[in-house]
Design a protein around this ligand. Structure first.
Ligand code: HEC
Ligand code: HEC
Length: 472
């Protein structure tokens, strides 16, 4: 069965259908008394939710997959987790690593389908952070113009005999502040550089965007939200006139062969899970596919160009489809502690200080080829839109329609399980925040008022808000 091909066709039909159907962006599941069933509140991924708050909470298949779908999930899971090796090798199914790369498997960055953390002096081997690179201008489809010598991403590892491009340098400055009640806090502001660049200095006009590996569960549900819903949210925000007005990114989809609304990546710079999958295989692991048949070597990287490959392409279409299917159908963990006074109050504070204007609590998926993902009411806490987050978070690098200070509202589902699954609490696009609190304190731009309101909260409300976020 070619699930991916089917998905592409059905997906296309849906995009067209979605434009003509009316969708309520926030449909609501309240009954006649306006009460929402606590069970609905807990089921963050609708029927694609699982009651699991352990270290494998992000790694579960959506309940309701049929037996063929389960098989595709299992095969995809293997290819997500297994290490790729240098070609030629006896394991021809998984050879072709590099020549330059960042990691040997998807799961080295998305450990247990979760979130990466930046390298530190204590943990220099962390792989979850990568640097996107570009120079002024844009490519054929409006994408950032790749660096002529280093390409679109710094690959800091390589196979034998091929030079790695360089390594990531991070230096941090402390910023201190205090809450309105006098409680002090400290933030770490990172700055990035390329150490030991193998092909000469990058040049003063090179733009660097640090990106940490986000969790990958629930992406099939987000992909199934109709484009019209995303556009409607943007329109509602523009009409509200309260200083918060997100807009969709519009990006080139190499697997669809057309422009589409961006949903994935920290700047909504990728349209579909299939695009993200084949893009990651090439950019992060150095594995070619029918979508990306050429290795990621620039013209000056002669050893890279001359290295043996692991097949043309190295990844078959069926494997690409299985891995795509796998991440699409990873279930969302249920919320914990729904109905407790602290989390209930925290949820109210979340609404009151406008966190929910961007982190939209409820969306509805449309029809897709996977029944388990279709027509679900989900609680992802995102609008999938780009927002200006101010100079403190800006990377100064455009990505399709996103400018240098815009970021996609990240989903907040599963947030509180980060420490359980990934053993850390690093947040934001580069993992600079060491806690949920720090992530909020970094908000600026369109979110500056929400941030100021957070700082001004009485301690009890602040703690309840954090309790709510940790229950997601
Ligand atoms: C070197 C680390 C690394 C590896 C290896 C890696 N990823 Fe990622 N992944 C990232 C980063 C960083 C992002 C965010 C990219 C961006 O903002 O452009 C991301 C984003 C994603 C997303 C989108 C999630 C979202 O909510 O936006 C998916 C899905 C994903 N990766 C799947 C994969 C798959 C499948 C593989 C293996 C083929 C893989 N990744 C390999 C680092 C990695
Ligand atoms: C104007 C839109 C907007 C508002 C309002 C807003 N956020 Fe965010 N939020 C974002 C964006 C965009 C990011 C990603 C920024 C980045 O990574 O640089 C983010 C990131 C976060 C993160 C980190 C998520 C992760 O995966 O790393 C948390 C937690 C968070 N917001 C909570 C809140 C809370 C709580 C409030 C209310 C006090 C709030 N946000 C208000 C847009 C918003």
């Amino acid at each position: 069965m070619t699930l991916g091909a089917l998905a592409a066709i059905v997906g296309l039909a849906l995009v067209i259908a979605a434009c003509s159907t009316e969708t309520a962006a926030t449909s609501g599941q309240a009954d006649r008394d306006g009460q929402v069933d606590p069970g609905d509140l807990a089921a963050s991924g609708g029927d694609a939710s699982v009651d699991n708050s352990g270290s494998n909470a992000f790694a579960q298949p959506a309940p309701g997959l049929d037996s063929d779908e389960r098989r595709a999930f299992v095969v995809g899971n293997n290819f997500f987790n297994d290490n790729w090796v240098t070609a030629p090798a006896s394991t021809t199914a998984r050879d072709g690593l590099g020549p330059v790369f960042n990691a040997q498997s998807c799961s080295s960055c998305h450990f247990k389908d979760g979130r990466g953390q930046p390298p530190t002096e204590q943990n220099p081997e962390e792989l979850g952070l990568l640097l996107r690179l570009s120079v002024p201008g844009s490519g054929e489809h409006g994408e950032p113009a790749a660096h002529p010598a280093y390409g679109g991403q710094l690959q800091d590892r390589s196979i034998n005999g091929v030079p790695a491009e360089g390594s990531i340098g991070i230096s941090t400055t402390e910023i201190s502040g205090e809450y309105a009640d006098g409680t002090p806090y400290e933030l770490l502001e990172p700055s990035y550089s390329v150490i030991d660049p193998a092909f000469g200095p990058l040049g003063a006009d090179t733009m660097i965007s640090p990106r940490i590996a986000p969790p990958v569960f629930g992406v099939g549900l987000l992909e199934a939200v109709p484009e019209s819903t995303i556009e409607q949210l943007a329109q509602e925000q523009a009409e509200a006139g309260d200083g918060i007005s997100g807009r969709p990114n519009v990006v080139w989809s190499p697997t669809l062969g057309e422009m589409a609304i961006g949903r994935f990546g920290w700047k909504a710079n990728v349209a579909t899970v299939a695009d993200q999958t084949v893009g990651a295989f090439l950019g992060d692991i150095g594995i070619t596919s029918s979508t990306h048949p050429d290795q990621d070597c620039t013209g000056v990287q002669l050893e890279c160009l001359a290295a043996p490959d692991g097949g043309q392409p190295e990844l078959s279409d069926s494997k690409a489809q299985r891995v795509t299917f796998y991440t699409r159908t990873l279930a969302v963990p249920e919320r914990r502690d729904v109905g407790e006074s602290s989390t209930d109050n925290g949820a109210e504070v979340f609404e009151r200080i406008s966190c929910s204007s961007c982190h939209v609590s409820e969306l509805r998926t449309g029809e897709t080829d996977v029944a388990a993902l279709s027509e679900q009411t989900i609680r992802p806490y995102t609008d999938l839109l780009l927002h200006d987050m101010g100079p403190g978070l800006a990377d100064g690098r455009a990505d399709f329609g996103a400018d240098g200070s815009e970021w996609r509202t990240p989903p907040l589902w599963g947030l509180g399980l980060t420490s359980v699954v990934n053993d850390h609490t690093r947040f934001l696009h580069d993992g600079r925040a060491r806690s949920v609190e720090e992530a909020i304190l970094w908000h600026g731009g369109e979110a500056e008022r929400a941030r100021d309101d957070f700082v001004a909260l009485p301690r009890g409300d602040r703690e309840d808000l954090l309790a709510f976020l940790n229950s997601l």
